[in-house]
Design a binder for this molecule. Structure first.
Ligand code: AMP
Ligand code: ZN
Length: 469
């Protein structure tokens, strides 16, 4: 496999430190609001990466943190008149629901910054930096990272270090490249923080956003991580600061591969909460689109290319999924047939070992190439089915192949509850078949179809599936 590493700006062959283990850290949501679908583009790209690594035999241990204390969450809880914990809890819960709707595999760990063990790890790291004179407490009582002590600062973002003249200090978590300076590790309490504060060797205060990720990443995954992901907006200053803090504490290379996805755009601008041009997942579900369709639309453009969000894109996702569903239904049905075909056009062994889909993804997650392979297979096998040239054994091999492909894509239809009426008819049909009443069985099958369901006879008995509309 090869991935584009933001650090080197090159495609690099992927070799984890301790194969088959892959340690992966992904910056998660700031839980002051519902995540928008731009955020979910990043999480779906990371999900695709994890699933493809797993398809290739790696054992991925993924961490996704929850930023539950920072400038934005504090502002939000004060406006809502709620304690911080209560305020962020509702968005954490909603976030987990959204991940499920989008079929994003849960991370192995979802640490939240305010958990006591991470706060104490942050304090330990800052104390260590202070001892090495890399951090210092300023007159405003906050603790800052002394940029001059880390000459590599700016390498990830490819800033011209000679032009970078650090001056002054920056207290805010997010700052522009032009105003780079010593950044805050620990922020002394001020009135705007209300009752959000922890005791520390520097007095009461709270952590800066960047140290949160360094502490959670190293606490859970150790000093050296294989892959660290996020959206491109995380590169500077957040990931730059994470490298500086972590490497100054551990003396080791923090991350081997940095991978960043391009933004989800709306009319040429980044979808973001601050621009107000965003949709939450819930907004789009309320318009009648499904999580599966949204997943398709967000996954189907290569992660390093900007993706323009449109409802036309969702409609295209819907018809692509219908095409897949119809094809899966056809090959499944063909696989149950007994009779062989006279001139088969597919060899079942080669169907099963069809690797084009996976080798496309090995190349820096080239999803458009991979989907191209899938639709090519669909086109060819549909043609063979039309001509009566697909042998049941080849169809079964295709189903096995599809199951492997879908373990990476996550496009399976939503499971729908079967209505009682349909279940009752299926029971009657079973009785009819047991007494060899084939005409009755066919009539009941039509009645089931009229209710929008398809019944198939498999070796494990009848299978009901909802017909897509
Ligand atoms: P935030 O909650 O703003 O810290 O963002 C959480 C994650 O979503 C980060 O990895 C961001 O880089 C990513 N992100 C934010 N906006 C977008 C967008 N419009 N497109 C893709 N990723 C985004
Ligand atoms: Zn982070």
């Amino acid at each position: 496999m090869q991935f584009y590493n933001t650090y080197s700006r090159q495609l690099e062959a992927f070799t984890p430190l301790n194969p088959p283990a892959v340690k992966m850290y992904t910056c998660g949501p700031t839980v002051y609001n519902h995540a928008h679908i731009g955020n979910f583009r990043a999480y779906i790209f990371e999900d695709l990466l994890q699933r493809q690594l797993e398809a290739r035999g790696h054992k991925v241990e993924r961490v996704m943190n929850l930023t539950d204390v920072d400038d934005k969450t504090i502002r939000g809880c004060r406006q809502a008149g709620m304690p911080l914990v209560e305020f962020t809890k509702q968005f954490k819960q909603a976030f987990f629901e959204d991940l499920n709707v989008l079929r994003i595999k849960p991370a192995a760990h979802f640490p939240a910054a305010t958990e006591p063990q991470y706060i104490s790890k942050m304090i330990t790291m800052i104390a260590q930096l202070e001892k090495a004179e890399i951090a210092y407490q300023a007159d405003d009582k906050s603790v800052y990272f002394r940029l001059g002590k880390f000459p590599d600062y700016g390498r990830l973002a490819h800033l011209n270090l000679d032009e970078l003249r650090p001056s002054g200090r920056v207290h805010n978590d997010e700052y522009e490249k032009e105003s780079v300076g010593d950044f805050a590790l620990w922020k002394a309490w001020d009135e705007a923080d209300g009752d959000v504060a922890w005791d520390s060797p520097w007095g009461r205060g709270r952590p800066g956003w960047h140290i949160e990720c360094s502490a959670m990443a190293t606490a859970l995954l150790g000093d050296e991580i294989d892959i660290h992901c996020g959206g491109v907006d995380n590169i500077f200053p957040h990931h730059e600061a994470e490298i500086a803090q972590s490497e100054c504490c551990t003396g080791k290379k923090f991350v081997r591969y940095w991978m960043h996805c391009a933004h989800l755009m709306v009319e040429g601008q980044k979808m973001s909460k601050s621009l107000g041009n965003f949709y939450t997942l819930r907004d789009i579900l309320a318009k009648g689109w499904t999580g599966r369709e949204i997943r398709y639309a967000l996954i189907s453009v290569n992660y390093r290319l900007p993706l323009n969000f449109t409802f036309g894109g969702l409609a295209a996702a819907r018809s692509a999924l219908q095409r897949i569903d119809e094809w899966v239904g056809r090959i499944a049905e063909c696989g149950t047939r007994k009779a062989e075909v006279s001139k088969p056009s597919f060899d079942s062994a080669s169907e099963q070992s069809n690797e084009g889909f996976f080798t496309a993804l090995d190349d820096d997650l080239n999803i458009s190439g991979a989907l191209g392979q899938l639709f090519e297979t669909i086109r060819e096998t549909n043609r063979a089915l039309d001509n009566g040239e697909l042998a049941p054994a080849a169809a079964r091999a295709l189903i096995d192949w599809w199951n492997r492909v879908n373990a990476v894509l996550g496009f399976e239809p939503d499971s729908v509850e079967t209505p009682a009426e349909v279940l009752a008819l299926a029971e009657q049909r079973k009785t009819a078949r047991a007494s060899k009443d084939w005409a009755g069985s066919d009539r009941i099958r039509d009645e089931i179809a009229a209710l929008g369901w398809q019944v198939k006879d498999t070796k494990d008995g009848q299978k009901l599936t909802k017909l897509s509309v």
